[in-house]
Design a protein around this ligand. Structure first.
Ligand code: NZQ
Ligand code: ZN
Length: 390
């Protein structure tokens, strides 16, 4: 088992009407003036922003609003938010939305405490020493940003999408009301569940050491997502299914499902290039296509790990034919994502063979070479994985 440090400072308020406690909880933590950050329209249309504002007002916490975060959030709006936060003297940033809004809020929290351009952190990964405290009202279980140390931002001018992670970016408090997710479009529910499952795969595929405490936790989350995901798709307002998925999404990515293991993150790196190429591509949908391709490419490094995965998660009985057993596990993975309505090829996402070379330079810039852990990949390996995914 590898040595590790793990900090999980987030306080969770989980359940029906959780968002009505925003004001009292932030006031109790000393918040005086909050920047409320949200997305395109869903939180406005549902009345959530009004409810959050009312809760802040009732507790004597003043607020400044900044909406308009798009999926695959752009650094430009975060720059604007950081300037607004400085001008208005805000002392907390409250994200009301999903991974995109939360990540943009994290960038604002960094930028508000920094004299230079906040993109510096993403471009050069220079150390941040301070960030405003962050709170979250989560509306889509997916990215796990409600408790993670990461944030992923796009810079369309540079054709890049890349992450920055530090413990100071872990939200101090997250309000998680599963009822808020009843309104999600099916495609977003599916992409979100694919993303959280991918966060487990990234951590499971490591063949060093013996870490059953973490592996069993990880596998149990995979099995839970497999069982609950079809219920979410069939009954969008099934509270228990939504609640199990919402809590699972957090557990998949706060770090606990990988403690003591080397996470891989190659597939996430490959996917971020798809979303940088075309910001219309949803992160989870890109992962649904790329993860099976990555598996096909890297499994010879340790087929036994794949056979263990197939047996534990899909109940596959090993036949003794190693390649066939591995392919069964990979086919089950692809079929699971497809059963939710996710794509199975890059072509379905509008990405063609000639696009591969456009992604390689920024992949190299963002991930370096080699990248990945289960198998160390070169840019040539990356090309092959993209081709397998076509
Ligand atoms: O903008 P609005 O109108 O709110 O619509 C959003 C958006 O179109 C909609 N939505 C959210 N909640 C809703 C809702 N629609 C109806 N009802 C609701 N309750 O859903 C769409 C997608 O939202 P988004 O925030 O983009 O989704 P997600 O949470 O999947 O976040 C994806 C982003 O997170 C990054 C991804 O790369 C991507 O940019 N990631 C962040 C990570 C992290 N910070 O730790 C890790 C992940 O691996 C991931 O890379
Ligand atoms: Zn992800």
């Amino acid at each position: 088992m590898e040595d590790f440090e793990f900090e999980s400072p987030t306080h969770f308020v989980f359940g029906r009407h959780a968002e009505s406690k925003v004001g009292e909880q932030l006031a109790a933590r000393g918040a005086k003036r909050v920047l409320v950050h949200f997305g395109g329209k869903s939180a406005l249309e549902s009345g959530l922003i009004d409810r959050v504002s009312a809760s802040l007002d009732a507790s004597g916490v003043s607020s400044v609003m900044l909406g308009g975060v798009r999926p695959n959030p752009q650094i430009n709006l975060a720059r604007e938010g950081a300037a607004l936060a400085k001008r208005e003297g805000v002392d907390w940033v409250l994200a009301v939305g999903g991974g995109s809004v939360i990540d943009s809020a994290k960038a604002i929290a960094l930028g508000a405490c920094y004299d230079g351009d906040v993109w510096d952190f993403y471009a050069t990964k220079q150390d941040a020493t301070a960030a405003l405290p962050i709170a979250v009202v989560l509306t889509i279980p997916a990215a796990g940003s409600e408790a993670s140390m990461n944030s992923v931002l796009s810079n369309d001018d540079e054709g890049r999408k890349t992450g920055y992670g530090r413990d100071i970016l872990r939200p101090r408090i997250s309000f998680m009301n599963p009822e808020l997710t009843f309104t999600l479009p099916p495609y977003q529910s599916a992409a979100g569940m694919t993303d959280m499952y991918a966060h487990l795969l990234e951590r499971f595929f490591d063949d060093r050491g013996n870490v059953p405490v973490t592996d069993n936790l990880n596998l149990s989350l995979m099995k839970t997502i497999r069982a609950e995901a079809p219920r979410v798709m069939a009954e969008p307002d099934n509270y228990d299914a939504r609640a199990n998925i919402m809590w699972a999404g957090m557990l998949c990515h706060n770090g606990i499902a990988g403690a003591g293991r080397h996470a891989d993150w190659a597939t996430h790196g490959l996917e971020h290039e798809l979303s940088a190429l075309d910001p219309q591509i949803t992160h989870g949908a890109g992962l649904a296509v790329l993860f099976p391709a990555w598996m096909e490419y890297v499994y010879p490094n340790n087929p036994a790990r794949f056979i263990q995965y197939g047996a534990e998660v899909f109940g596959l009985t090993p036949t003794g034919d190693v390649n066939a057993d591995v392919y069964n596990a990979i086919d089950e993975t692809r079929a699971f994502f497809a059963s939710l309505g996710m794509p199975t090829s890059l072509e379905e996402l509008g990405v063609h063979e000639e696009d591969i070379e456009r992604m390689i330079p920024t992949l190299h810039e963002n991930k370096g070479e080699p990248f990945g852990s289960f198998m160390q990949l070169t840019m040539d390996d990356a090309r092959e994985i993209y081709k397998l995914a076509l």
